[in-house]
Ligand binder design. Structure first.
Ligand SMILES: Cc1cc2nc3c(=O)[nH]c(=O)nc-3n(C[C@H](O)[C@H](O)[C@H](O)COP(=O)(O)OP(=O)(O)OC[C@H]3O[C@@H](n4cnc5c(N)ncnc54)[C@H](O)[C@@H]3O)c2cc1C
Length: 491
């Protein structure tokens, strides 16, 4: 039986990010994908600054950025055309060093991620290979794969299921998903605009009980429309050319556009109860599904594997115990749930088809100035691996220093920044983690630490703040939860 370090099931965007990270860390990775090419139908169009920063870390921001256009904002508008609430993106870069959000087309992004994977000869991609079963064993796991050449079993130290909504790996991990009870079909249409139109420059959510709908600017001369299906409407009826023309008629004449892609999706809100069982793990849509109103599904998958892959690396290198892998769900699930719950709140406003409810909602939102500003949620990580200071469990900032992005000073592992003399025990932990140490840092980070009452900060490989600390004793305390998972003597 052939053996490898990590098998990735599926080759969607979550898998492609994971393959890039694990490939760069030198692991033998085998990716099995049942389809021949990237999924062509319309899906994600938005990711945020944190995801762009991850692409920077993967060394592909220069390839990704030209495929995008910066997010301008989002308006919630009622049936009468009154703006109920807005989010306006800042023109400058965020504290993470990138624009607050980017619009893109998922197939183009997936192609770029796949092209980047080809840098790593240690990552083998097997297209048109369907995974038939995934089984955990005493040592590692076995995956049964079917291709045109027949069926074979492959053994891996770990299996990462990035196999989407109908995940075979999630079934193997076990436990029914938690269901928020939101299942709503929408038709999603991407169009190429053929002439000038008077479409709003930002995203508009039309909170019209007669037909909730969304109009989204996408890169170049393209546009995304999403329209909620009403009771009795079927996918077949709704995707005909005539029906699409009728649906888009409030905004466009047929001569204004050419349909690129159209599909009906049912949006769900689900979270798998278990994300790991022994050497099997799940990530992305396999672990959670969310409505698309905040545009965070793909980004959440990318965050999942950024969180998980450095832990897999430490375990496979024999530096950490497998218990470290349990911190993956502990940290990521509360983050994902916070986004899903914000999405559900937004869905409750946008998707209402009750005229009376909509009338009262509009009156309340117009009367309440606090409701007029939408603030994108920015939850922190759960669990107890990170400290509990105000900056801990959140992404470390990335200032621009003399035209150079600060992450370029960090390396790809752990970093300790600040003028601190670690205890002998902390030195051992930092050494085991191969920590990059910089005792002097730029004025911006020094000021940031000062504002947090800290003299030093430990940054994780996924660019999250493990802890900000005020002295060497606090550094010992901050490292202790992580050290408990490391193969070393404890304090
Ligand atoms: C209309 C719509 C709009 C969206 N908008 C946004 C947005 O703006 N921003 C955002 O961040 N997200 C958005 N999303 C969500 C985003 O598209 C998904 O979260 C993302 O595609 C999930 O990626 P994934 O790699 O986890 O899963 P998938 O993309 O589903 O990939 C899973 C892969 O696994 C393969 N596979 C499955 N089972 C097997 C098997 N047994 N053997 C081999 N291969 C297998 C599949 O063929 C597939 O290629 C949107 C989704 C929809 C539907």
């Amino acid at each position: 039986m052939r053996k490898t370090d990590v098998i990735i099931v599926g080759y969607g965007p979550t898998a492609a990010v994971a393959a890039n990270i694990l490939g760069s860390l030198g692991w033998q990775v085998d990716v099995f994908e049942r389809s021949a090419g990237v999924y062509f139908l319309p899906r994600a169009v938005h990711f945020d600054d944190e995801v762009m920063r991850l692409f920077q870390q993967l060394g592909i921001a220069e390839q990704v950025e030209p495929l995008t256009q910066p997010v301008l904002g989002m308006d919630l508008v009622n049936a009468a055309g009154t703006t109920l609430a807005s989010y306006v993106a800042t023109e400058s870069v965020s504290s993470l060093g990138w624009k607050q959000g980017y619009m893109f087309h998922q197939p183009e992004l997936e192609q770029t991620l796949r092209a980047a994977v080809s840098r790593f000869p240690n990552v083998r991609i097997h297209l048109e290979h369907e995974v038939l079963s995934v089984k955990s064993q005493a040592q590692g796991a076995v995956v049964q794969v079917r291709s045109q050449k027949g069926e074979k079993d492959i053994h891996a130290a770990m299996v990462l299921g990035c196999c989407g909504a109908h995940s075979i790996t999630r079934d193997a991990v076990g436990g029914l998903p938690f269901d928020y009870g939101a299942h709503q079909p929408w038709i999603v249409v991407d169009v190429q605009l053929l002439r000038d139109t008077r479409l709003a420059p930002a995203t508009v959510q039309y909170c019209d009980p007669a037909r909730p709908s969304t109009s989204i600017p996408t890169p170049g001369s393209t546009r995304r429309f999403e329209l909620m299906l009403m009771p009795g409407e079927t996918a077949d009826q709704m995707t005909s050319t005539e029906r699409i023309a009728e649906l888009l008629s409030p905004w466009l004449e047929p001569a204004d556009y050419r349909v690129q892609r159209a599909a009906v999706y049912t949006f769900h809100a689900l979270v798998a109860q278990r994300w790991r069982q022994q050497s099997l793990m799940i990530a992305g849509d396999a672990a959670h599904l969310m409505p698309p109103f905040l545009g965070q599904g793909l980004g959440s998958g990318a965050r999942d594997v950024a969180n998980l892959c450095w832990k897999i690396d430490l375990v496979l290198r024999g530096i950490a115990h497998e218990s470290l892998l349990d911190t993956y769900q502990e940290e990521r699930e509360p983050h994902v749930r916070a986004l899903i719950e914000s999405d559900m709140w937004l869905a409750g406003i946008i998707q209402s088809t009750d005229q009376e409810f909509a009338r009262q909602r509009d009156a309340q939102m117009v009367a309440d100035p606090a409701a007029a500003t939408l603030v994108p949620p920015s939850p922190g990580l759960g669990g107890d691996l990170c400290g509990s200071g105000p900056a801990d469990r959140r992404p470390f900032p990335q200032p621009l220093i003399k035209g150079k992005m600060h992450d370029e000073h960090l390396g790809n592992g752990f970093t300790l920044l600040g003028n601190i003399a670690p205890s002998a025990w902390a030195c051992k932990v930092l050494q085991l983690l191969d920590t990059h140490i910089e005792t002097t840092t730029c004025a911006e980070i020094t000021q940031w630490m000062h504002d947090k009452g800290a003299i030093a900060v430990v940054v994780r490989p996924d660019r999250y703040v493990l802890a900000t600390v005020a002295d060497a004793n606090a550094l010992d305390i901050a490292l202790a939860p992580l050290a408990r998972h490391l193969c070393m003597p404890q304090i």
